[in-house]
Design a protein around this ligand. Sequence first.
Ligand SMILES: C[S@@+](CC[C@H](N)C(=O)[O-])C[C@H]1O[C@@H](n2cnc3c(N)ncnc32)[C@H](O)[C@@H]1O
Length: 259
Amino acid sequence: MTDFATVGAAYAAHSRSARGRLRHDLVAHRLLAELPAGPVRVLDVGCGDGEMTLRIAAAGHDVTATDPSAEMLGATARRLAARPGLAARVRLLEAGLEDLFFEGDRFDAVCCHGVLMYLDDTPGSVALLAGLVAPGGVLSILTKNRAAIGFREALRGDYPAARRLIELGSGTSVGNLGLDTRGDTAEALDRLAAEHGLTPLDWQGVRIFHDHRDDWDPDTAAYARAWATELAASSRDPYRQLGRLVHTLARRPPEGGEL
Ligand SMILES: C[S@@+](CC[C@H](N)C(=O)[O-])C[C@H]1O[C@@H](n2cnc3c(N)ncnc32)[C@H](O)[C@@H]1O
């Protein structure tokens, strides 16, 4: 497993950058639209430093946030301490996906964002995640888009790397933290969710036009224009297929009912 104790600070810096914010804004927008207004039970697997956990709790839901890294979980705890109004809505648990056990409890939403790219076994991980989704609940997965590997390198002008990745049809490339990370396609993730009884919803491509902009530092108005453009493209082919990340969602049919 990647040692997140050593890359935690770099991840936090990326997460706060405009590119990081774009990702969180797009994912939260799509996910929260699938949740009912009242408080529902959300599981955030691999919560990292808690950005999505805090956003979901601020939207009025009850979040169980889990991570195997004590350092990352500690970062979430510190951010939570600065938002006392949210503390009652969040429970923190130090555990990896493979060690989660809730004695029959299921969640109305199970999120696993930015984690599968670091793990070896996507089918096994999706099976575990799907098993935690309650009837009527959604599974939300954000991971590296295998279909677009090489696109960032080409836009940055690193042509040797881009050609190698494109010609090999590589499933792995170097991620934001300088680590090799694996990609999956939206189609494969949807197929796996369906194998576990979930109905795939529309997926989105995340960070299509701004992924390679390391130095991007827009003012408020420029960010708003960029966000609106990314949002428009995120749900439309062929643009969404070139997102750095894919965000797939799938819903378990309610008990005794159709979707
Ligand atoms: C890139 S961070 C993403 C954090 C957060 N979900 C987000 O989207 O901002 C990846 C997180 O996955 C966690 N992780 C690593 N292996 C894991 C595993 N086996 N199960 C659950 N989480 C894991 C790491 O500790 C790290 O906090």
